[in-house]
Design a protein. Structure first.
Length: 256
């Protein structure tokens, strides 16, 4: 957990706050892991007087942001969105926007999209379609202010093999910044530089090298020094079982 008091003096975060609170400027807030993006969002929800909705591309991301998924809030189908079309026909077959949902959209001041790197360009265009339907149809995203939070060097958008031909035909890439609606929308990019989560400078350097694909001999040596063979892991596990020491059982980390 990052101490919120420690980020109050951060110039980039202060600029982002001023833009979001006092203007209608659209903002893309980015930065490495541990630079205060999530803490900033939590403070925003607690202190900002604007009417806001927080959405994210997946259920886990939505829970972490204390919001809802994009598909859930905007009641979008899971199929790709065709720019220039409309999701209205598909929606009418399955869903009807409640009066309360329409009022929320029409009176919305700020839409926050967390983990924006995972949001596909066609999904962002579908959001634009819904917002323009219930707000000002002449303006991108119906004129609502956007705050996009995320890091494009972390999790990318998911495109299935079946969807790939369509996406490659319509968009230069599936990333959110290739959304046709977003290309019509001026926005300010603010990159956070100070890492608060880790204090070990050597570890921070290692993480940065991996993130930027700069695996020099020093970085590889640091990683390999932590590597254990399968035999060593199994031996430790057996010792833990024998001694009944469950708390020291080796932990295996993996990724999806």
């Amino acid at each position: 957990m990052i101490d919120s008091q420690r980020i109050d003096s951060n110039e980039e975060l202060d600029l982002a706050w001023q833009l979001v609170e006092k203007t209608g400027v659209n903002v893309f807030l980015t930065g490495k892991a541990g630079t205060g993006k999530t803490t900033f969002l939590r403070q925003l929800k607690q202190r900002l007087p604007k009417r806001m909705v927080v959405v994210a591309p997946t259920g886990v991301a939505a829970i972490n942001a204390e919001g809802v998924t994009i598909h859930s809030f905007f009641q979008l189908p899971l199929s790709p969105f065709v720019p220039g079309g409309t999701v209205k026909t598909d929606m009418q077959r399955k869903y009807q926007f409640s009066k309360q949902k329409k009022n929320i959209i029409r009176t919305l001041d700020l839409l926050v999209i967390d983990e924006i790197s995972m949001v596909r360009s066609d999904l962002l265009d579908a959001v634009d379609d819904v917002l323009r339907r219930y707000r000002d149809s002449r303006l991108p995203f119906g004129g609502v202010q956007l705050l996009m939070i995320g890091d494009v060097q972390q999790l990318p958008p998911v495109v299935t093999d079946e969807e790939r031909p369509f996406m490659e035909r319509v968009y230069p890439s599936p990333f959110f910044f290739n959304s046709k609606a977003l290309k019509r929308l001026p926005y300010v990019t603010i990159c956070l530089k100070t890492i608060y989560r880790q204090q070990d400078l050597q570890f921070v350097e290692l993480l940065n090298n991996i993130r930027e694909n700069h695996l020099d001999n020093k970085t590889l040596a640091m990683l390999n020094a932590r590597l254990k063979t399968r035999k060593e892991v199994e031996q430790e596990a057996n010792e833990c079982r024998t001694n009944g020491n469950v708390t020291s059982f080796p932990i295996l980390l993996t990724t999806h």
